[in-house]
Write a protein that binds this ligand. Structure first.
Ligand code: PPS
Length: 293
């Protein structure tokens, strides 16, 4: 792991990216989505794995139980743009998925999503998480994940978050870009990490109604139990503990799973500066985030 050198951040079509997410660009852009594909889209650290696992259990938990005991979550739900030398690209894994529907994950801003997803009118689930908790989660992730650019210290990291100089660019542009897209695109279900944390059952029902699924009460109970933070943290097929570029001695992938953890990281001065900057960046947005529940 120590021999793996961290990638650089660079501007890619106006968005900060690392080569891991751009080097397979042509194959990503020509990816052939199918009309029943379901795309799970997020800015990093917004709850991708949580919703991926909910959908995985919803579609395949009963139908294909061996999948639940044999495949890592990133094999079940491939990460479309990821391209690392020591494993199949996200596109290859997605193309080889035997399932129907195929569940596919992306962290791309909406303008980078391959056109076939729009042409095929695929259902898209976007998950947004409040900026403060997300910045904290992303910071710890970048510390432990050698496939991400060097994070530096917390205060410089927070500044870069505000400047949009992290992999996948500006959080503000990402959440707003997808929110705008949702206004004209009925096949996008836009959800919030905080709502899921507050009442997973309610959000699960909304998700099922969007997807046209009607699981039994018993299935719903099982899925919600299986996707609780503690269950996921202890599930070695979900918690990413075997990913070679992640150093769990530094931080865990399933770290805290809380709304409001930002309070243990932001100083009073950082919080004030952040709030001022946030107000300016979001002044034209109708999006409303909660930083506590
Ligand atoms: S990634 O790398 O972008 O795919 O990460 P992602 O899965 O989007 O986000 C990881 C954060 O989500 C938290 N998480 C959960 N919170 C509550 N309940 C459940 N079940 C759950 N599953 C994942 C995970 O702990 C990361 O947040 P932090 O704040 O770092 O703990």
């Amino acid at each position: 792991m120590e021999s793996f050198s961290r990638p650089e951040l660079f501007d890619f079509k106006g968005v900060s990216m690392s080569s891991l997410f751009t080097s397979n660009w042509e194959n990503i852009q020509t990816f052939q989505a199918r009309s029943d594909d379901i795309l799970i889209a997020t800015y990093p650290k917004a709850g991708t794995t949580w919703v991926s696992y909910i959908l995985d259990l919803l579609y395949f938990g009963k139908k294909n139980p061996e999948r639940e005991t044999s495949l890592q979550i990133y094999e079940r739900v491939p990460f479309l743009e990821l391209n690392m030398s020591f494993m199949d690209s996200g596109v290859q894994v997605a193309e080889n998925l035997p399932t129907s529907p195929r569940l596919i994950k992306t962290h791309y801003p909406s303008q980078f999503v391959p056109k076939s997803f729009w042409e095929q009118k695929c259902r898209i689930i976007y998950i947004a998480r409040n900026a403060k908790d997300l910045a904290v989660s992303y910071y710890h992730f970048d510390r432990m994940n050698y496939a991400q650019p060097e994070p530096g210290d917390w205060s410089s990291y927070l500044q870069r978050f505000m400047d949009g100089k992290l992999v996948c660019g500006s959080w503000y542009d990402h959440v707003n870009g997808w929110w705008e897209k949702k206004q004209t695109c009925p096949n996008i279900h836009y959800m919030f990490y905080e709502d899921l944390a507050e009442d997973a059952g309610r959000e699960f029902d909304k998700l099922c109604s969007f997807l046209g699924m009607s699981p039994s009460d018993e299935e719903k109970k099982e899925i919600l139990e299986g996707t609780s933070f503690d269950k996921m943290k202890n599930n070695n097929l979900i918690n990413h503990s075997v990913v070679p570029v992640m150093d769990f001695k530094i931080s865990k992938f399933m770290r805290k799973g809380k709304v409001g953890d930002w309070k243990t990281h932001f100083t009073v001065a950082q919080n004030e500066e952040f709030d001022n900057h946030y107000r300016k960046k979001m002044k034209n947005s109708s999006l409303c985030f909660r930083t506590e529940v």
